[in-house]
Design a protein. Sequence first.
Length: 343
Amino acid sequence: MRIGPAEIAPHAAPLLIAEIGVNHDGDARRAIELTDAAAAAGAAAVKVQFFRADRLLSKRSMLAGYQRRAGETSALEMLRRLELTPSDLARVAERARAHGLAAICTCFTPELVDEAEAIGFDAYKVASPDVVNRLLLERLAETKRPMILSTGAATLDELDRSMGWLDAARSRLALMQCVSAYPTPEGDANLAAIRLLGERFGCPVGYSDHTEATDTGALAVAAGATFLEKHLTHDRSAAGPDHAASLEPESFAEYARLARRARAMLGAGGKALSELESDVRSLSRQSLALRAPVRAGEVVTRDLLTTRRPGDAMAASAPERACGRPAARDLAAGELLEEGDLV
C-alpha cells in the first residue's frame, strides 16, 4: 500500500507519520516549522486536521477530560482557536512534499472533503470517534485515495460493520490500533491487538501512539505494526490539548530510530540457515564419536557411542548409521566416526 512517496509493507521500515494535529496552536507558521522538524526527525509523512468548529460541534458539545485538564474551558472556543484555513493546510502539504514526505489529512466533516480534495492530500486518516461515521467514511471512500482508520474506543463488532461499508475500497484501507486516552498509560497500550486486527481484516495495521514513551513505537513494530503515528510538538509543556501526549523533535527522532531498529532486528521472518551462522554451525555441531576403543571387526553398539565437535563427520543426528556395523579398522576412543571407518 502506497501513500504518496511512502510505502507500507510488511518487511519495509515502518512508515512513521508525524501527527501535527493541533499542536500548531492555530499558527500556520508553526505548522510549517513542525513539518520541517518532522522531516529532520525521520518521519515519512505528516498529518494535519481539517475542521471548522462551527460545523463540527453542536450546542451540546463538551470538552473531554484530557482537554479540561489541559486548561480548556470551552470546546467551541478551543477548536476555533486551533483552526487552520485550507490555504494554510495547502502550504503545509506543499512543504511536506518539498521534503519528500506524504501529506495526510484527518477531515472531520463530510462537507469539507471537497475542499480537502482541492488541496490534494495523499491519503485520509479517519479519527477514532469517526470510525462509525458512515456519512464521512463513504464520502472519503469516494475520493479513491488511501484511507487509514483509527480504532480507538471501537468494538470489533463496530469495526466489522465499518469495514463492511468500505468493502469496495478494501485494497486501499489500513487500520491503526489505538487507545483513545491522552496520554495512554503504558499498561493500557494493548499492542497485542495489532496482530488481532491484521488477522481479522487482512489489511495493513499500524499503531496510533498516545503513550509518553519513546520506545513504544519499536514495541509496536515488534508486535506487527507496519506504520506508526505519533504526535509531534514544539513544546510538551505548551498550553493546548495535545502537547502533553506528544514528543518534541529530539525525542521524536529517537522514536524513529528505535522503530527502524526494531524493524531491522525482526528480519524477513521464516527460519533458514543464515550465512552468518555457517561458521558456528560447522564448528559447534557435533559428530558421532567412540567412548572406548574398538578393534577391527568389532560391532559398534549404541553404548559405545558419544558425540564430539566438530560436526563434519557422521552426524550426531543419526546414531543408527553406526549401530550394528563392524569397524573396518582399529578405532581409538574419542575418534570421530567417518563412513569409511565402518563396514
